[in-house]
Design a protein around this ligand. Structure first.
Ligand SMILES: *Cc1c(COP(=O)(O)O)cnc(C)c1O
Length: 505
């Protein structure tokens, strides 16, 4: 070792854990004020008065606000720690299914022309499909393929955007989902995947290159093809244009080739990039789609499908919906035979998951903090290590360019953290031995935080659980499900309806 790390002479941290040898013991007061929580402090696979089991293969779903379950989980961990259970302090998610339902209501309110079939009786659905703009939305499975999320979206009438054989089997495995409700929205597929999609009855699929047309002609010649076009994705967290999307000047050639091969092209799709922070890009994208509809007509196709993709950011959703509605009015004034769909991913699930992680270690940073003027330093003066990181739930930092904002869930055995507690600049790190495993390089947290305290993280539902690994032997965090707040009853009805029809079990 070339350098020995010396702790600053005036170390900001007391490294002894004298008064807290293992784990915080929640005060009598905390325990009393959360008597109701006792019913949650049982192993989570047992249904209780406070929970219901709708699908035998899945854990029960609790009732109540996610906050209650964050606290219940922390108190359960505390009791397990007292009993010296290994991994008692394991990090965990709380998934609020009513949040997904509320997003769905927002979707329906702002994009009434892109409605799901939810609620309409079958004969009326047919009419709607003919008279209105056959309404469907296809949620992107990759964003969060959680079994409850899939079941809830299925029971709300969603379609599914799948990118692989595995995702298709996962969706069809729920049962009761017509393969026509799946779009194979990956423009570059293995021939074997195209063939098995065809066998499974999945006909709608995207392409953006000529080879794909030859492969489809060979493996599933009756497919309904959607040409994925390139649009401006420079205003998004994750741009896809470098990998997918046919530039407009290549489209006439592609459509001509499709025609020559006897393939059926039915429409146009695009994706403005995931996490789009400038909804005005949808206007240009829809204008381009219009141009491609016209190119289709030139070679003898009559397209009837417009797929506006995903990219919807929670905070900008209503704005994006307004832009899309206006652009569709402008570029597709005659919509009598047009079916408009979308592929929202993060919009539906991002806010539905919260994560609770335990502070498992604490140390001083390598860079010495000035002992005389610590308050003027703009570098973190303490490093907290928590038990989930970028190789687990926080892979969204690496892959989804997210910036993470931790907050205190519990401190020194109490859920009450007065706003007046002194704060200091801190950094938060994941548990693995890799230094890339940093959750937050600079954030403000109470200076009294210690090992055993809990941090909370919101908006952990999109591109998190699904891409987590077990690098360095750290387990994936569990999920506790709740019906949540407003909309919980509708969630329960929807899921119970699916189960009653014999699906999702
Ligand atoms: C990832 C993806 C989506 C979902 O994107 P969000 O930004 O999460 O809404 C939709 N369609 C396709 C083809 C995708 O690859």
């Amino acid at each position: 070792m070339s350098q020995t790390q010396l702790l600053p002479a005036l170390c900001p941290i007391d490294f002894s854990l004298s008064h807290k040898d293992s784990f915080p013991h929640y005060s009598e007061k905390a325990l009393n004020s959360f008597k109701i929580l006792d019913s949650f402090l049982v192993p989570s696979d047992q249904p209780t008065d406070e929970s219901v089991r709708i699908f035998p293969s899945l854990p029960p779903i609790h009732y109540g606000h996610p906050e209650i379950h964050l606290r219940a989980g922390i108190m359960r961990a505390s009791r397990l720690a007292e009993a010296q259970e290994p991994n008692a302090e394991k990090a965990f998610f709380v998934a609020d299914l009513s949040q997904v339902y509320r997003q769905h209501m927002r979707w329906k309110a702002s994009l009434p022309e892109i409605q799901p079939f939810y609620g309409a009786p079958p004969d009326l659905r047919k009419q709607i499909q003919v008279i209105l703009i056959a309404p469907l939305f296809f949620t992107a499975v990759k964003c969060n393929p959680d079994p409850y999320i899939l079941r809830l979206l299925a029971s709300l009438g969603a379609g599914f955007d799948c990118a692989s054989n595995g995702e298709i089997s996962q969706v069809l495995g729920v049962g009761g989902i017509d393969p026509a409700r799946i779009i194979f929205a990956n423009p570059c597929k293995a021939v074997s995947f195209i063939r098995s999609a065809g066998k499974a009855g999945v006909d709608t699929m995207t392409f953006d290159n000529a080879d794909e047309l030859y492969k489809i002609a060979r493996a599933h010649s009756s497919a309904k093809l959607v040409v994925r076009i390139l649009t401006d994705d420079s205003k998004s967290l994750c741009a896809f244009g470098i990998k997918f999307g046919a530039p407009l000047h290549t489209v006439p050639g592609l459509l001509g080739k499709a025609r020559e091969l006897g393939l059926n092209v039915v429409g146009v799709s695009f994706h403005v990039g995931s996490g789009c922070y400038d909804p005005s890009v949808y206007t240009d994208a829809i204008a381009r789609a219009r141009a491609v509809f016209d190119m289709g007509r030139e070679v003898g196709y009559t397209f009837n499908l417009l797929d506006v993709g995903g990219g919807f950011e929670d905070a900008l959703f209503e704005q994006a919906a307004a832009v899309i509605t206006k652009a569709i009015d402008q570029y597709f004034p005659d919509r009598s035979a047009l079916k408009i769909i979308a592929e929202p991913g993060r919009f539906y699930v991002s806010k539905a998951f919260k994560l609770a992680a335990n502070i498992i270690a604490r140390r001083a940073p390598l860079v010495e903090v000035s002992a005389t003027t610590p308050e003027v330093s703009d570098e973190p003066s303490v490093m907290y290590y928590i038990n989930d990181g970028v190789y687990g739930a926080f892979n969204c930092i690496l892959f989804d360019h997210q910036v993470i904002h931790p907050y205190v869930l519990s401190m020194d055995g109490s859920f009450h953290v007065p706003a007046s507690v002194p704060q200091k600049l801190s950094s938060v790190w994941g548990p693995t031995c890799d230094s890339i495993d940093c959750v937050s390089p600079k954030t403000t947290l109470p200076s009294a935080l210690q090992v055993g305290d809990w941090l909370g993280f919101d908006n952990m539902g999109a591109y998190t659980v699904c891409a987590a690994s077990q690098f360095n032997g750290f387990e994936l965090s569990n999920v506790i499900y709740t019906m949540g707040g407003a909309g919980g009853l509708e969630v329960q009805k929807a899921l119970a309806g699916l189960a009653a029809s014999g699906h999702g079990l």
